[in-house]
Design a protein. Sequence first.
Length: 367
Amino acid sequence: MKAFILAGGQGTRLGPLTRTRPKPLVPLIDRPILDGILSHLQANGFNDIVLLVGYRGQDIEQYAADGRDWQVHLSYQFDPGKPLGTAGSVIRALKHSGWDEPFLVVSGDGVTNLDLGDFYRHCQDEHAEAGILLSQVSDPRQYGLVTTDDAGKVTGFVEKPQIAVSDAWVNTGIYYFDPRLLQSFAVGTTLDFGKDLFPHWVAENRRVLGLKSQGYWSDVGSFEQYRQTIFDIMKAKGALFTAEAKRVHHEPSLTIISPSVIDANATIGRGAIIGPYAIIGRGAYIGDRSRIARSIIRPGTWIGAGAIVHGAILAEHSYIGPETLIDEGTVVGDHSWIGSGAHLESHSLIWPSTVLETMPATVPTIS
């Protein structure tokens, strides 16, 4: 079976993390988002996959190559230099691929364990022209709200509704298409599935099905959702891969509160408290008496003695000085330097390679 992966966006809402890498290569626990997507597609029977890439697309191609590490065949379609939208990109890639059988479209920033093979077969059996895999959320305002009749046919599609509806079914960005449905659209036209085509098809009474799923799905579209997705994986809620228990090099006085993942090559100082929900990456150093909770510390980052990091993301090879306080929602980009005694207030964004010298005062967002 065949699939397109939409992987061309800049991931601007993940700012400091995507300045130095494309969003599909942002790591979850110890592997990029894209790794989980490819593994899940392969496990569900999809072995012919085209990645639609744009921003830092060569980084994605260098990482995934021809797909043999996932036992799939991978090829690439680079954007033409102008944004075409989700649908416009697929229409262009479809013409180049020559595919004449139904296929899936999945987003390059989704994390899921939903049964994609069952979704594909259901749409085929029901002779659908298109299908949307649906997930239930408590607040649909950041998604596409979808309503269906008793037979599963889509009767309404509202992109990012203004009014909250409890326990609504929303668009996951995972689609099934009969290629004939897309053949009438001109290549090079800017079109979006959610904003343009699905509302249009529903109005035309086309055979678009919505399949309500019961598994796990997360759209990694914000820092909050990014951290929550990682915490969900740590709790093994729909885990796409398992973080193995690792041998930890540390002082006997170290306290680890579960769930936490500490790489075997990390160094943890005396009296440090790690967790709950802490990830300490390969080669990271955590100083004596430091406290790390609900935070993601990426490989090579150095944290000085007595630092407190709560609810933050510290990207690779950053330096955090002793006695520094980093509050909830803060993100520090790669290769940044935060001096001793600094206080990064809640939701501070520190972009890659920023240098903040020793400063006991609070630090505003640096962008």
